[in-house]
Design a protein around this ligand. Structure first.
Ligand code: ZN
Length: 166
C-alpha cells in the first residue's frame, strides 16, 4: 500500500491510522511525499525530513522518500507524472492512497490528479523507463481536506499507545 501526498506530514493527518493498521496486519506500506516541504510556515525541509523519518518508523512504514517537486507549485506535468511512475514501478503497490481532489491548498488537489494520472501511465507498456509496467489495483482517496461524506472507513482497533514512544 502506497500513500502519495504533497507534503511531509500530510499522510500522517490523512491516513496515518490506516497505514498503522495495515502494517499491523502485515502489509508492506510506503509513503511518497512529492515535495520536501520547504515552503511550510513552520520548520524547514531538514527538520521535516527528520520528522518524516521518525513518523514513518512509528507508523511501521517500510519505505518513505520525497521527490523534488517545488513546495507550493505542484503541477500535473508529464515530467512529474513520470517521476511518480518510476516509484510506482519500483514499489508495485496494490493500493494507492491519494488526497481527495477538492482541497483548499492547490498542492493537495494537484496531487490527486497528478497521482491518478501517474497510476494510469505506469500501466502502459510503451511508457519505457527500464522497469516493467505496473498499474495499482485500487486508488483510495483520503478526504480530510474536503467536506465529503466517506464512502467507507477502516476502523482502528489496535491501541495506538503501543506504537508510540512512552
Ligand atoms: Zn499538505
Amino acid at each position: 500500500m502506497l500513500a502519495i501526498a504533497a507534503h511531509r506530514d500530510d499522510v500522517e493527518q490523512t491516513c496515518g491510522g490506516t497505514l498503522l493498521r495495515m502494517a499491523a496486519r502485515g502489509l508492506h506500506t510506503a509513503i511518497l511525499d512529492l515535495t520536501k516541504g520547504e515552503a511550510g510556515t513552520r520548520g524547514s525541509a531538514e527538520a521535516r525530513a527528520r520528522e518524516a523519518a521518525e513518523a514513518a518508523h512509528l507508523l511501521g512504514v517500510g519505505w518513505r522518500q520525497a521527490l523534488d517537486l517545488p513546495d507550493g507549485a505542484v503541477e500535473n506535468t508529464l515530467e512529474n507524472r513520470l517521476k511518480i511512475v518510476r516509484i510506482l514501478r519500483l514499489l508495485r503497490p496494490r493500493v494507492v492512497i491519494l488526497p481527495y481532489w477538492q482541497a483548499r491548498h492547490p498542492d493537495h488537489s494537484a496531487t490527486a490528479t497528478l497521482g491518478y494520472e501517474a497510476c494510469f501511465l505506469s500501466g502502459l507498456t510503451k511508457v519505457e523507463d527500464g522497469l516493467p509496467p505496473h498499474r495499482p489495483f485500487k486508488i483510495v482517496y483520503a478526504s480530510l481536506y474536503a467536506d465529503v461524506r466517506p464512502s467507507f472507513m477502516w476502523t482502528l482497533r489496535l491501541s495506538c499507545r503501543n506504537a508510540l514512544p512512552r
